[in-house]
Design a protein around this ligand. Structure first.
Ligand code: XMP
Ligand code: MG
Length: 183
């Protein structure tokens, strides 16, 4: 029988709910300071960034609008394929807008560098990136990420929007999976 106990699937907790809330509030304060005199369009990358977007947007004092994109660079496994497909595009015209991409995690950086180039081609005033987590491999691609919550080791993480085969997104903390789950 499948265990319904999520804790049994996890190796350890990387960031608690409280730690995430504190860090997200710090990022929001930085973003508020940087966008004082400009309206910003937050572009959330579905589905992983849903939790970051919900908490970050509520912690901001600036005027924001929000839109969503869904792209795919992964199958159901844990390896980036490098091929990015748009599954859902934005509804907003980016011409002249200050865009802030909101992401859950940057791993190889392939998805984000493709996405930034794609959004840049639509004539925005600026495109910056905010990610809650960044893995070490991201250093290999040249991508300027203005706001990073945490640098993490090269382990597969779940929770707070992040999934393994669509599970664990609803956890309010971030943890690493026990090897028996993905091996
Ligand atoms: P790249 O490699 O293009 O990938 O930077 C970014 C996307 O890959 C997914 N990803 C993960 N998802 N735990 C997850 O749940 C992880 O440890 C992980 N590493 C990468 C994620 O969808 C991200 O947007
Ligand atoms: Mg994602």
């Amino acid at each position: 029988m499948d265990s319904q106990d999520v804790q049994a699937d996890l190796k350890h907790v990387l960031f608690t709910k409280e730690q995430i809330q504190t860090r997200v509030a710090e990022l929001a304060a930085q973003i508020d300071a940087d966008y004082q005199d400009r309206d910003v369009l937050l572009v959330g990358v579905l589905k992983g960034a849903v939790m970051v977007m919900a908490d970050l947007s509520r912690a901001l004092h600036s005027h924001v609008t929000m839109d969503w994109m869904a792209v795919s660079s992964y199958g159901s496994g844990t390896q980036s394929s490098g091929v990015v497909r748009i599954l859902k595009d934005l509804e907003t015209d980016l011409m002249g807008k200050h865009v802030l991409i909101v992401e859950d995690i940057i791993d190889s950086g392939l998805t984000l560098s493709w996405l930034r180039a794609n959004l840049m081609s639509r004539g925005p005033a600026s495109v910056e990136i905010c990610t809650l987590l960044r893995k070490p491999d991201a250093a290999k691609v040249e991508i300027d990420v203005k706001y990073v919550g945490y640098e993490i080791p090269n382990e597969f993480v779940v929770g707070y929007g992040l999934d393994f085969a669509e599970k664990y997104r609803n956890l309010d903390f971030i943890g690493t999976l026990a090897p028996h789950i993905y091996e």
